[in-house]
Design a protein. Sequence first.
Length: 328
Amino acid sequence: MQLIQHARLSVAPMMDWTDRHCRYLHRLLSGQTLLYTEMVTAPALVRGGALHLLDFSAEEHPVALQLGGSDPAELAQAARLGAAHGYDEINLNCGCPSDRVQSGSFGAVLMKTPGLVADCVAAMRDAVDVEVTVKCRIGVDDQNPEEVLPEFLARIVAAGCERVTIHARKAWLEGLSPKENRDIPPLDYDLVHRMKGLFPNLHISVNGGIASLDAAEAFLEGGLDGVMIGRAAYHQPADILCAADSRIYGVGEVSDPRAVVEAMKPYIDAHLSSGGKLGQVTRHMLGLFAGKPGARQWRRVLSEDAPRPGAGIEVLDKALSMMDQRAA
Ligand SMILES: Cc1cc2nc3c(=O)[nH]c(=O)nc-3n(C[C@H](O)[C@H](O)[C@H](O)COP(=O)(O)O)c2cc1C
């Protein structure tokens, strides 16, 4: 399957959440869904030499590296590093409502400078053979999305952007926290559909507030090319990912979260043997049985026991058995 087909469904880039352990878990739940890294800033890679931020497991493919930055040459170099590490796609973050950093602006504020974003995309495009994509908002602050979004898309397409994911709400750069900026500005899915009408050849994924596979399928049936899911995929990974392969891609079986716990054990063992801590992996597994009988027991045992010194794989067995007792 080609990357563009995998992009029918993706798990959003989420700082502190979609790290390599989380992605490994998500990959066991769905073999096909495209996974994104947390945002890695170009300055951290290029000036800071923090190449460990690029480490990932071969099993995670297809996996996209999301970069933050606004300097074309630096982003090109960061993209080169990402491609050399084996990422399948390099994505530029134009949606994060973060403050300016020393290196200049990055994230959603780039919605105000489509020419600069185009320069960044063109530089990244020249630097790597893998696909270069953009994740953006519909606008920021007092911008009129109907006007700015088509111009933004036209510029990045002309610069060689192959796919775009649109988080279907504005970012308000003044006065809202990043968290509030994921909930308060209203969603405008119709605008995303209209963009597909204006750019029929551009692969457009919609993001924001999509919390079930039913909803994802409705967007795909409605003419969009892809759906990106963030928080719901993290908090209820089984609901979103277990049936994704069969329903969204028409391949494979529905995965079983319990079998996935077993399949995580060798991975966790290897992590522990290399000096890692249990909780670094299991924190992403808390929602695995969300909505199922005993889910609370599972979550409680993992959250209480995994951080204890010396905690090992037996915590998973205890959590499963507490869950089963509760469910019985
Ligand atoms: C904890 C957290 C961290 C996030 N970090 C990033 C990030 O690094 N890059 C990015 O483009 N978006 C980031 N986002 C935004 C998500 O990618 C997504 O656009 C947003 O959560 C809306 O989708 P959802 O409603 O499906 O969660 C983050 C969201 C959350 C909840």
